[in-house]
Design a protein around this ligand. Structure first.
Ligand SMILES: Cc1ncc(C[n+]2csc(CCOP(=O)(O)OP(=O)(O)O)c2C)c(N)n1
Length: 512
């Protein structure tokens, strides 16, 4: 058995059965091993940003890692932005980077780069497999590391000689490391604050706290004490009728400051104190008032659901039903507006849908108008690196098991990783993509004003995606995905209703 074969066997033994790949010469033995070993689903992405973003989307839906297969430092480099998004989402990923043979690396051939160094910025665990006999054990260790709470990227660099040499040894799965529980003092401190009353107290829940169980407990605590429960970053957000939907801190600084005004105590449960996306001249860096006290109910590496359950018990907070979000949104009619777009999505969202939201500026009505839709899950590219949405939809589509993926995608962001459509066609994924074609980097026009810059023609041209206009149905068709254009809400409703019924991918371009 060669090293590559021991790697594939060991990954399978550790429960990793899906690999998003873009291989090169140094990965040929891994690819050849896949022919001989059944059980690994291998999905080709035509750019490494698709590969890494898809592994993120897969992890978010299944809760378990997929493997990637990337080629040397430059292949890893192409995949870094979406590994960054995965790091921010705390997604478990076994990130495999093939590299130069151990003895050839010394000659500094063209594709040689500091792969370990590049990996380190996005990975919680990095190892280079240096000997064929330990590649299997390295793979098992990478899977174990990727699952350490709250989840992380584990990068295994694989020199080609450790792949092709004989002497591979298959490793058994390593046990999942237990997630530490919050200390009693953490629960006591939060309980003491909340016993004094919930006025001015914000309970901020993140990571796996944003799960059905965690959200129900946060809602229970809020109902019993009058505090405000809010959500921070998580891999996915369960939403819809019958579920608890928590507010988030808004993006725009002034709106965020207003929303968080009066906060006296901020209780963090696997969450971070909110900071603004950027600094702006003369504006605050956080929406939390300076005199607010911070309390840590659970760190990110501690179990947030357990901490919430113990806090609810300490407070004697009884179970409460989810609020009724009222009637479902109705189909939009007339011109396309953020509202008619959002109500149409809300009206048609199928039960158990997986929504990948990279709608940037046009999605501002979505959270309101999808609240009363049937239960579904929601995800965003968590690290703010645009171009995450379409790859997330690929990974979610591979993991979906019959569920529908709806990717709401701003046109500028979509162009970063547009090759995702080809993988969707090839794998026949049930992904419906809605492109929000404003032919602008709209959000940056707002940011110009926010930073106090004074734009002239050249500056404005840097935010204009027209001249030439992108023709999305043609782009999609060229990659094997059928598409159509809508310029009214009625036409959008017709197209979305029929796209959601058909098998396989479809793209709708909204001219907004
Ligand atoms: C990887 C990366 N590159 C660049 C940016 C800067 N950036 C933020 S938003 C944006 C444009 C977004 O335009 P689009 O996706 O069309 O959405 P719109 O603002 O028009 O709604 C850019 C370039 C970023 N966040 N991430």
């Amino acid at each position: 058995m060669n090293g590559a074969e021991s790697l594939v066997h060991s990954l399978l033994k550790s429960g990793v059965d899906t690999c998003f790949a873009n291989p090169g010469t140094s990965e040929m033995h891994f690819v050849a091993a896949l022919d001989r070993i059944p059980g690994m689903r291998c999905v080709l992405g035509l750019f490494e940003g698709v590969v890494t973003g898809a592994a993120d989307g897969y992890a978010r839906v299944t809760g378990k890692p997929a493997a990637t297969l990337l080629h040397c430092g430059p292949g890893l480099g192409n995949g870094l932005a979406n590994l960054h998004n995965a790091r921010r989402a705390m997604s478990p990923i076994v990130n495999i980077v093939g590299d130069q043979a151990t003895y050839h690396r010394l000659l500094d051939p063209p594709l040689t780069a500091d792969a370990e160094g590049w990996a380190r910025g996005v990975s919680g665990w990095v190892r280079t497999a240096m000997d064929v006999s330990t590649v299997g054990a390295d793979a098992a260790a990478a899977v174990q590391a990727s699952k350490i709470a709250p989840g992380q990227v584990a990068t295994l660099i694989l020199p080609s000689d450790t792949s092709w040499n004989d002497g591979g040894v298959v490793a058994d799965a390593l046990p999942e490391l237990p997630t530490p529980l919050a200390a009693p003092s953490q629960i006591d401190e939060a309980a003491a604050i909340l016993r004094r009353g919930g006025e001015g107290v914000v309970l901020m829940v993140g990571c796996d706290g944003v799960s059905d169980a965690g959200l129900a407990l946060a809602h229970q605590i809020a109902a019993a004490t009058g505090c405000r429960a809010m959500a921070d970053t998580s891999r996915i957000t369960p939403r819809g009728q019958g579920r608890i939907v928590l507010d988030r801190v808004p993006y725009v600084v002034e709106v965020a400051v207003q929303a968080m005004k009066g906060t006296k105590h901020l209780i963090l449960c696997a969450a971070r104190k909110p900071v603004t996306f950027f600094a702006y001249p003369g504006k605050p860096q956080t929406s939390i008032p300076d005199d607010a006290q911070i309390h840590v109910l659970a760190r990110k590496d501690q179990d947030p659901v357990d901490a919430l359950a113990r806090l609810a018990a300490a407070l004697g907070a009884p179970e409460v039903a989810a609020p009724d979000y009222g009637p479902r949104a109705e189909l939009g009619t007339g011109p396309l507006t953020p509202e008619s777009f959002a109500t149409t999505v809300g009206a048609l969202l199928p039960e158990d849908a997986i929504v990948v939201d990279e709608s940037i500026t046009y999605g501002r009505g979505l959270s309101t108008f999808t609240r009363a839709s049937p239960p579904h899950i929601w995800m965003n590219p968590s690290g703010g690196a645009i171009g995450g949405g379409m790859p997330l939809a690929v990974g979610a589509g591979v993991a979906a098991g019959g569920r529908r993926v709806i990717n709401l995608e701003a046109d500028g962001s979509g162009m970063y990783t547009v090759q995702s459509l080809w993988t969707q066609a090839r794998e026949r994924l049930d992904v419906t993509t809605v492109i929000l074609s404003n032919r602008k980097y709209q959000i940056l026009l707002g940011e110009l004003a926010n930073v106090g810059a004074n734009p002239g023609r050249t500056a404005l041209e840097m935010m204009d995606l027209g001249n030439p206009d992108l023709d999305w149905p043609k782009i999609a068709e060229g990659m094997g995905v059928e598409g159509a254009t809508a310029d009214t809400a009625d036409r959008f409703a017709d197209l979305l209703a029929s796209a959601l019924k058909r098998k396989g991918p479809f793209l709708i371009e909204l001219l907004i």
